[in-house]
Write a protein that binds this ligand. Structure first.
Ligand SMILES: *[C@@H]1O[C@H](CO)[C@@H](O)[C@H](O)[C@H]1NC(C)=O
Ligand SMILES: *[C@@H]1O[C@H](CO)[C@@H](O)[C@H](O)[C@H]1NC(C)=O
Ligand SMILES: *[C@@H]1O[C@H](CO)[C@@H](O)[C@H](O)[C@H]1NC(C)=O
Ligand SMILES: *[C@@H]1O[C@H](CO)[C@@H](O)[C@H](O)[C@H]1NC(C)=O
Ligand SMILES: *[C@@H]1O[C@H](CO)[C@@H](O)[C@H](O)[C@H]1NC(C)=O
Ligand SMILES: *[C@@H]1O[C@H](CO)[C@@H](O)[C@H](O)[C@H]1NC(C)=O
Ligand SMILES: *[C@@H]1O[C@H](CO)[C@@H](O)[C@H](O)[C@H]1NC(C)=O
Ligand SMILES: *[C@@H]1O[C@H](CO)[C@@H](O)[C@H](O)[C@H]1NC(C)=O
Length: 439
């Protein structure tokens, strides 16, 4: 059932103008758009949706999220992890040293905050918690290594907006570096490294031997004023940087890498969080590079906290089996007011993806993706209403997601196999505006 229509608008301003209406019904535009791709060769392809007159007003300043930078004053107090007995030989377990140092530094929270300094060395640790008004600073050649013993990570409850772990039902392992209910927390350095040594977790995932869902590398929950910058993140067990229920988060000048074979590893995951800037990052992951989420089916609908006001700019992205930039599939709390621009996407399965399913509810709206270069990509754009994974049997199949006011413009691609694949959901129109796409 192909209900989509192509219509030549004959508008003269820039070459060929075509109207696409995506209405429903498990209609795949794959062949259509691919056909066009081959037909037009290098001519710019312009697609305008039915609602293109509704000018996308990126209210709430997604453009401004990267222009109001927090002031990072040096902390008045600093201690080295060595003062707490840590040994940087890559073998000694330093979880206690990290926990004790941070417990001590907590007493400076109302005195301008403090810095925990990590000198060059290999600092093996299990999970630990940050505290407010803390800077974790990794010197050049300082490497924090995640332990490969699951007993060193601990177990925590599922996030309320998900109702269960992502990999398996029930609880999940704690992340390596955690923040709960914090304000003013900075994770930075002079190009130090945080290495999750994720292979243990990838193997457990692939062999179905996980007792709880995999941990993330850095997870900050319900916090305000978070900066992650000037570091390299390697081999995350699952997500690399996961802000959940957070406001005012800046991720700047980091690189993140997990190997192509690592299952479902993701770089940055803004999740039910608002007022975020992600800029000047290099991310290369097994699955997605950047994914915006906001909760899963009835749990996300109930928690009702959107991801909104996000500006992503100047990022180099690679996503081996997933997408360089993805929205969903867990988007039940809504995703809106996102501007992603100046994206350099290479060697990825997909460029930009919108994922959802009946049961999700929520919305993805007021999204602008612009100034994108793509090279060696299987499929440039995907929208799919068929991500039919559900947390449990309690979801409401009549909770339909809304996708509207989504604009993609100014995209140039080299060696793109399929231009686009759009598959909707009956009774809920997906509305996209595509312009100046040259693939
Ligand atoms: C921005 O967000 C505030 C608070 O949620 C809301 O009151 C305001 O209407 C929003 N503005 C726009 C343009 O969306
Ligand atoms: C870390 O914080 C969580 C949530 O507040 C808490 O349950 C856990 O005990 C803390 N862990 C340590 C080692 O303090
Ligand atoms: C969060 O932190 C504030 C103070 O910073 C405190 O008043 C509140 O009780 C904390 N909430 C939780 C759930 O720990
Ligand atoms: C990026 O981080 C590196 C260290 O990791 C630093 O040398 C460089 O100056 C930073 N660049 C910017 C623009 O902050
Ligand atoms: C999972 O649970 C089983 C049975 O309790 C146990 O033998 C196994 O060691 C556990 N695996 C991990 C990774 O903790
Ligand atoms: C990153 O490092 C550069 C160079 O040291 C410094 O100027 C900048 O303030 C740092 N950025 C952040 C956000 O920490
Ligand atoms: C990202 O890659 C570019 C090009 O290789 C490099 O110039 C830049 O320093 C890298 N940035 C980071 C944060 O690693
Ligand atoms: C084109 O991209 C595909 C991946 O989509 C890659 O396998 C292939 O090597 C690329 N071809 C060239 C000539 O770079």
């Amino acid at each position: 059932m192909l209900i989509s229509r192509f219509r030549d608008l004959g508008i003269s301003c820039i070459g060929l103008m075509t109207l696409i209406e995506f209405f429903t019904g498990f209609s795949s535009l794959d062949a259509l758009v691919t056909g066009l791709h081959y037909a037009i060769g290098s001519v710019a392809l312009l697609l305008l949706s039915a609602l293109s007159n509704a000018i996308v007003v990126l209210g709430n300043d997604s453009k401004e999220q990267c222009s109001h930078k927090p002031k990072l004053d040096p902390r008045p107090h600093s201690v080295s992890i060595v003062e707490f007995g840590a040994v940087g030989d890559g073998k000694t377990l330093n979880t206690g040293a990290f926990q004790n140092a941070i417990f001590y530094l907590n007493s400076f929270a109302d005195k301008g905050g403090a810095q925990l300094y990590v000198p060059p060395g290999k600092w093996l640790t299990g999970s630990f918690n940050l505290t407010s008004h803390l800077t974790l600073f990794l010197e050049k050649d300082a490497i924090i290594l995640g332990s490969q013993n699951p007993d060193h990570w601990g177990v925590t409850d599922p996030l309320p907006s998900y109702g269960r772990g992502i990999d398996v039902p029930g609880s999940r392992y704690r992340s390596l570096i955690n923040g709960y209910n914090l304000s003013d927390v900075v994770i930075t350095g002079n190009d130090g490294t945080i290495d999750g040594q994720g292979s243990y977790w990838w193997d457990s995932f692939l062999t179905h031997t996980l007792n709880h869902s995999r941990p993330n590398l850095v997870e900050i929950v319900e916090s305000v004023g978070v900066v992650v910058s000037n570091l390299t993140f390697l081999n995350a067990p699952a997500y690399t940087i996961h802000p959940v229920y957070c406001s005012h988060v800046l991720v700047q000048n980091i690189s993140a890498y997990s190997p192509p074979s690592s299952p479902y590893t993701i770089g940055i995951v803004p999740d039910s969080s608002d007022h975020m800037c992600i800029e000047n990052c290099n991310i290369s992951m097994g699955y997605d590079a950047i994914t915006l989420k906001s909760g899963w089916d009835e749990h996300g609908i109930k928690y009702n906290r959107p991801t909104t006001c996000v500006h992503i700019k100047q990022v180099n992205l690679q996503a081996s089996t997933g997408s360089a930039v993805a929205f969903g599939s867990e988007m039940s709390g809504g995703i809106s007011h996102v501007l992603a621009e100046h994206l350099d996407i290479k060697n990825s399965f997909t460029g930009i993806v919108f994922r959802t399913a009946p049961g999700r509810g929520g919305y993805i709206k007021n999204i602008e993706v612009s100034s994108v270069e793509m090279e060696n990509i299987h499929t440039a754009f995907i929208a799919s209403g068929q991500y039919e994974s559900h947390p449990d049997e309690e979801y409401d199949p009549s909770a339909l997601p809304i996708l509207e006011q989504i604009t993609i413009n100014n995209v140039v691609g080299v060696n793109i196999t399929v231009a686009g694949s759009f598959t909707g959901i009956e009774n809920t129109p997906f509305e996209f505006t595509l312009s100046e796409i040259s693939l």
